[in-house]
Design a protein around this ligand. Sequence first.
Ligand SMILES: [Zn+2]
Length: 211
Amino acid sequence: MPTIEALSQLLFPIRCFGCNKIGLSICSSCRREWHPHYYSTHISQLRVHSAVLYSATASKIVLAAKESGLKGADALIIDAIVHVLLQGNFDKHNIQLVPIPSSASARRRRGRSFIVDIAGSISLRTGYPVSDSLELVRKVRDQSGLHACARARNMQGAFALKRGAYPRGDLILIDDVVTTGATLCEAARALMNQGFRPIASVTACVAQPLR
Ligand SMILES: [Zn+2]
């Protein structure tokens, strides 16, 4: 008699997040494009450390996690960020992770605040505490398709420190992708406005060159 697992494989075969090929959640050729390395970029005063270059494959993996809530895709993003956190020259005893929050509408649509959720899993793996201390304080447009200046305008003043939040230690901003850095800059600014200075940011993907 077939097991439930075998039946569910038959009904819902596992497909590659990158190319949709049946078999593994990431096939060997897509794995070549999603193999955690170590990239370091600067956005004004903020140093950003990332694991993989943002390719068409990477974009599909991020969407599978973010918009479809597929746990296997989440795991790839979590692995990538953990890889960078463990490689970086950080004081491992003093790190606090500050996730970039999603908008209320994205939270409703996805049933979770994507990066806050990812940061929670990273915390379980690394033991680094999370300080979910930022919130979006006004509406922002979807950033895809916006160029650097429009992104900067779109994000200006978008974040604030949550009432009563008091992040401690070496704050590291966590996000899925850095493109122009507009989001991370504004998140850093919201922290600095209240006297907290993030030491760095870690993202799973980096779009190069920064557009
Ligand atoms: Zn593939």
